[in-house]
Design a protein around this ligand. Structure first.
Ligand code: FUB
Length: 442
């Protein structure tokens, strides 16, 4: 399908999730899970902007929601700097997955162990008692990895049996994990019966039937196919294509039921137009009476809300941009309404400094920048206490004085009112009205 991009990005009266659903940063390879806190989480790859192929993808962010429309960036959970056994040059933190068993969250991710990246893939695992923070790397799973073997997916079945799937280069392998979730019980075997398997395995269960979905090899336009089996490790019966090309050369998705409704999480390149700067989307997934999957309809609207929007964070603080100090051509501008904003943020050298930002007790906080731009896709760069949080997208608000959108990212703040935010322009002119800082609870 084709998007009318101008039309897509001026819409701000948000009644549905819209697609792409995550717009502030580029995200890909979404693995979605519903956990016991009643929320749904997306574990995604993070395409770094500007891209260099898929090389620079060096960190993971997690997103959570209770209504499918409002998504919270839970922040970065793991970066290649945290992986002591990993490729010395970093990068290449590709499509991950997460599983929960016996009170622990297991985050599985593919990462090369050597400079010769495509020959040296391993499947790393980090663990935490929380779904979206405090993950610590535990090393890689012995016996997994090698040339082009990526994209782990873990299914925790009834009675807590857990199965690992992964693959690449036309091979899909599966095997049972040991009780510790950090090793294999009996090794891996090839999944039989798949047609045109490329990568991106995902396994889910519905009505006692296992479904294995995956990306195929259609050149520059991968589609999602699937197969079914009565056994978690096959053999599989091929069933067909259920996601046509999204316009992006890669495809990768997950199928999840949340509050009685099935969804497909996938990615496209609708914001950037670039295959290595991808964005997560969500659409409905429906089954026929016989259990086969209907072709997913890709929409701009996304999916409807499943309930009330989350309540406002009681600890949020707002900082008017015009109370900051401007540099390099950025200006304090008084609008006809009397409102003061920072305008002319248009190059990396033009920026505003916001000092004395209160980090409360310290730790994760969502930073939301309320901006206006008439550019289709402007960008801002955010530094927090000199750490570069990279480029954030600023999609068109339809006018240079229409302060109707936020771009956001979750960062780490120091305790107390001692934090400094530096917000610079670049890639199109924007004006900034206010910065909201909301500490993440828990
Ligand atoms: O995001 C990097 C790689 O691109 C993933 O591991 C593949 O599935 C493809 O989406």
């Amino acid at each position: 399908m084709t998007y009318n991009k101008q039309e897509l990005y001026v819409e701000t009266n948000q009644k549905t999730s819209l697609n792409p659903v995550i717009t502030s940063i580029y995200t890909a390879d979404p693995s979605a899970h519903v956990w016991k806190d009643g929320k749904i989480y997306i574990y995604a790859s993070h395409d770094m902007d500007p891209a260099r192929g898929c090389d620079l993808m060096d960190r993971y962010h997690v997103f959570s929601s209770q209504d499918m429309v409002n998504w919270l960036d839970e922040g970065e959970i793991l970066s290649s700097d945290d992986v002591s056994w990993g490729r010395p040059e970093g990068g290449f933190m590709w499509a991950p997955d997460c599983a929960y068993k016996n009170g622990t969250y297991y985050f599985y991710y593919p990462h090369p162990s050597g400079s010769n990246w495509n020959d040296s893939w391993k499947i790393g695992v980090a663990t935490s008692k929380k779904p979206a923070s405090d993950f610590k790397d535990q090393g890689y799973i012995p016996g997994l990895g090698g040339f082009a073997l990526i994209d782990p997916c873990v299914l925790v079945d009834e009675e807590d049996s857990a199965y690992m799937y992964y693959g690449g280069g036309s091979v899909c392998l599966g095997g049972e994990l040991s009780e510790d979730m950090l090793s294999l019980k009996n090794g891996m075997t090839e999944m039989e019966g798949l047609e045109d398997f490329h990568e991106a395995a995902w396994v889910f269960k519905r009505k006692n039937l296992y479904y294995l979905t995956y990306a195929d090899n259609l050149e520059d336009n991968n589609r999602m196919r699937y197969a079914t089996s009565e056994n978690p490790l096959g053999p599989w019966t091929y069933r067909g294509i259920f996601l046509e090309p999204t316009g992006c050369s890669t495809t990768h998705g997950s199928v999840v039921e949340f509050k009685g409704q099935w969804y497909l999480f996938y990615h496209n390149q609708a914001i950037s137009g670039e295959g290595n700067l991808r964005s997560v989307c969500i659409d409905y997934l429906e089954f026929n009476e016989d259990g086969t999957i209907k072709t997913v309809i890709q929409t701009k609207e996304g999916v409807s809300s499943l309930g009330a929007a989350p309540e406002a964070n009681p600890y949020l603080k707002t900082y008017p941009a015009a109370e900051g100090i401007v540099f390099g051509g950025a200006e304090i501008q008084t609008l006809a309404s009397g409102q003061q904003v920072v305008s002319h943020l248009q190059t990396e050298g033009s920026y505003v400094l916001i000092n004395n930002v209160d980090g409360g007790e310290g730790g994760r906080a969502s930073i939301e920048l309320q901006y206006a731009t008439r550019e289709r896709l402007a960008k801002v760069r955010l530094y927090v206490n000199d750490k570069d949080y990279s480029l954030l997208n600023a999609l068109s608000t339809g006018g240079s004085q229409e302060f109707s959108r936020n771009t956001n990212i979750t960062v780490n703040l120091l305790p107390g009112a001692i934090n400094t935010l530096k917000i610079s322009g670049g890639h199109g002119e924007i004006s900034l009205n206010q910065i909201t800082v909301s500490p993440l609870l828990g």
